[in-house]
Design a binder for this molecule. Structure first.
Ligand code: 8YV
Length: 327
């Protein structure tokens, strides 16, 4: 029988995924689920045929420069690949794949949950109950803002952005979006979505802004102090994409100065660190990068990784190959 591919998996994955990987490949698993250090990543790229990293592994040009000739594929467990220097990898003849599609609904659910929770102050209400300080209802207590009839501006209208739009539409929000290019007329019509070529102009008119674009050199700090300033003081900012798309320090300042009404964030610029200035603000709901954290989603992500590796090993182009030019 042909020699099995040697794969190194950098984090603990759902048990059925690890089991299948062990059946198919010569698999090295991360027993205690610690985040790989730079040295461990270097050791991995020197021995593995296939590396299976996650968002917590920085596969930069320094790591890739140490890769052995045997490394042919980096099969990311995740949709975003901003932790990988894809350009350098491809220049070295290493194929990169990701796992799009299977986490679309889960991530859009968390975005929608934040869109529902923050303007209606659900996290503040939960805190009142948890601390036992609910001492009676009054007509003007815990008033939030209504969603129906308001404008949602989606930044990045890919799979996840469109899934957020479908959900938001059902709650009566009017859908607006900014993207490098408009979606198809059919999709625009289905979502009754309005395209804004100018992000700045859109931001000034939205009641809620949801970030759903990847983190690339072009989107780093897309939401900077100047753009946060364009938003209405009554507007909310939601981010389930990547922390780096927002200047986190500028966001904390904008929130404290009342330049925007609140924020719901699942991702941060320097995870797992969170700007201290964001902590303890009543109008801010923070989550620890849970967008795709469902048993189904994480299992399907693992299955996708396996399909990408198997297809590649069989000498075909893997279904989820990442092409650097379109990043
Ligand atoms: C994961 C994600 O938490 O897929 C992504 O881009 O951010 C999440 O689904 C993580 O990235 C897995 O590597």
């Amino acid at each position: 029988p042909a020699k099995k591919l040697k794969i190194v998996v950098t984090r603990k994955l759902p048990a059925p995924v690890e089991l299948r990987m062990k059946e198919l490949f010569d698999t090295s698993l991360n027993q205690d689920d610690h985040a790989f250090t730079h040295e461990e990543l270097v050791a991995a790229v020197q021995t593995a045929d296939v590396l299976v990293p996650t968002v917590t592994d920085r596969i930069d040009s320094k790591v890739l420069a140490r890769a052995g000739d045997q490394l042919r594929l980096i099969a990311q467990f995740g949709a975003g690949v901003d932790n990988i220097d894809v350009q350098s990898a491809v220049q070295r003849g290493i194929t990169v794949t990701n796992t799009p599609g299977v986490l679309t609904d889960d991530t859009a659910d968390v975005a929608m949950a934040l869109i529902l929770a923050v303007p209606r102050r659900l996290h503040e209400g939960a805190l009142v109950m948890d601390s036992g300080s609910f001492d009676g209802w009054t007509p003007t207590w815990m008033m939030g803002r209504r969603l129906a009839g308001k404008r949602l501006g989606i930044v990045g209208m890919g799979r996840i952005g469109q899934a957020v739009a479908r959900r938001a539409k059902a709650f009566g929000l009017q859908i607006h979006y900014h993207n490098r290019k408009p979606v198809s007329p059919r999709t625009e019509e289905l979502l009754e979505a309005t395209y804004w070529d100018s992000l700045d102009q859109m931001l000034a008119r939205m009641d809620i802004v949801s970030i759903n674009c990847p983190h690339t050199p072009a989107t780093f700090h897309l939401m900077n102090a100047r753009r946060l300033d364009l938003m209405k003081p009554e507007a909310y900012l939601i981010n389930t994409a990547r922390g780096e798309v927002i200047d986190e320090a500028a966001l904390a300042r904008a929130l404290k100065a009342g330049k925007i009404a609140g924020a719901g964030l699942d991702v941060f610029e320097r995870e797992p660190a969170v700007s201290e200035d964001l902590l303890g603000l009543p109008n801010v709901l923070l989550l620890p990068h849970m967008g795709s954290a469902t048993i189904e989603g994480r299992t399907e992500m693992g299955e996708k990784v396996i399909i990408n590796i198997k297809t590649f090993a069989d000498g075909h182009r893997p279904p989820d190959r990442v092409i650097p030019a379109i990043l």
